[in-house]
Design a protein around this ligand. Structure first.
Ligand code: C2E
Ligand code: MG
Ligand code: MG
Length: 370
């Protein structure tokens, strides 16, 4: 829409708000109420461009901002928006090149079992090797990968690489290898996803028990197709973990509704487990709840011996975090698997015994293992 006689920014602002407001009322079509929302991005002549094309792309950058603010919003172009849009565009172009030129890498972070005091699983984590040699973590590029739709291609690469690597371990030095693979909600909406996983397992001759897929609760927003994909994966004996549990809007409904095998307790919950009685109580209750539901549990982000000590009394649990091992390159995994029992041994001997009587027995068991 063009407002030819807008004398000031305020006029454009008011017009935009009116436009958004009109859509707040439902439309009546064939006796049914239909709700259509509008987002508005606006740019001003001549401040934001002298050609129609420039004004449109400025309005488009503003529209992007309006949508990022939520539903039914209005945004007017500012030069900062252009800088953001340009940065995103550059990263997106870089990602396209990265897909073509194979600039991605996987690193692997161990999870240990408190039962066996061994490394029993590694989580594959994506890295982007930039042309200058730096390894970029997912936080820097994953959101743009998802927004641009490139996540399907990147996700497929991750699946193939993780399954291929797991297969090398399984048929080589680590027959019981298990690899957890992070999956974004968009991937599960891809109708070919389940078949693709199956095909890859067949191609690399890997039993389904050797992988575990990790998803976050945001999959719940994607609807029945996702649930169907998850059920089919479970029917093929593929384990499914719910990542980052205990953050955001974590709800007990997802424990009930999703066909899960594991819950990963988020780092933020574990952060103060040794100092804050509330997070300790919440964690203990969640562990009890998961056990009652027959779900396996991993505590993420163990960084300090005190956190390890606070959890060491729980049986049949997995722990993961920098204290045990940071994410490592694939060719170090077998070596690290060998030293982890020693690391845990030293850790157990270094931490103070728990005060509570009830905790004593399991702890004594672990100590004797050490
Ligand atoms: P996540 O799946 O929850 O992975 C755990 C993240 O926490 C990893 O960050 C890991 O390096 C970090 N971490 C592990 N232990 C500790 C600790 O003790 N302290 C602290 N401060 N951090 C710890 P990373 O590798 O940067 O990955 C971030 C997120 O990106 C992942 O969170 C996951 O959601 C996503 N991601 C990673 N790889 C993939 C992938 O291949 N596909 C998809 N879709 N998402 C991925
Ligand atoms: Mg994960
Ligand atoms: Mg996590």
């Amino acid at each position: 829409m063009v407002y030819e006689d807008a004398a000031s920014d305020t006029v454009v602002h008011d017009a935009g708000r009116r436009l958004v407001g009109i859509f707040d009322r439902p439309l009546l079509i064939d006796g049914r109420e239909v709700l259509v929302r509008a987002s508005v991005g606006a740019s001003l002549y001549p401040n934001h461009g002298s050609q129609a094309e420039d004004l449109l792309s400025a309005a488009d950058a503003a529209l992007f901002q309006a949508k990022a603010l939520g539903r039914s919003q209005l945004a007017i172009f500012t030069p900062e928006l252009l800088a953001t849009a340009t940065r995103k565009f550059t990263i997106e172009q870089g990602l396209r090149r990265a897909v073509e030129q194979n600039e991605f890498e996987l690193v692997f972070q161990p999870e240990i079992s408190l039962d066996s005091m061994e490394m029993v699983l590694v989580e594959s984590l994506l890295r982007w090797r930039l042309p200058d040699g730096r390894q970029a973590p997912p936080a820097e590029f994953l959101p743009i990968t998802e927004e641009s739709g490139l996540i399907i291609e990147v996700g497929n690469w991750v699946l193939r690489k993780a399954i291929e690597t797991a297969s090398q371990w399984h048929h080589g030095e680590w027959p019981e290898a298990r690899v957890a693979i992070n999956v974004s909600p968009r991937q599960l909406l891809d109708p070919d996803f389940v078949d693709r996983v199956q095909d890859l397992l067949r191609e690399f001759d890997l039993p389904p028990r050797c992988i575990e897929l990790e998803l976050t609760e945001s999959v719940l927003q994607t609807g029945p197709m996702t649930l169907d994909a998850l059920r089919r994966l479970r029917a093929h004996d593929i384990a499914i973990a719910l990542d980052d549990f205990g953050t955001g809007y974590s709800s007990l409904a997802s424990l009930e509704n999703l066909p899960l095998t594991r819950i990963k307790l988020d780092r933020s919950l574990i952060a103060s487990i040794d100092s804050n009685t509330r997070s300790a109580a919440i964690t203990t209750a969640l562990i009890g709840l998961c056990k009652g539901l027959g779900l396996e549990i991993t505590a993420e982000g163990i960084e300090r011996p005190e956190q390890f000590a606070a959890l060491a009394q729980h049986r049949s649990m997995h722990l993961q975090g920098y204290l045990i091992s940071k994410p490592i390159a694939a060719d170090l995994v077998v070596q690290v698997k060998r030293v982890i029992p020693h690391i845990l041994h030293d850790l157990l001997l270094s931490i103070p015994a728990p005060r509570a009587e009830a905790k004593g027995e399991d702890f004594a068991r672990l100590r004797s293992m050490a």
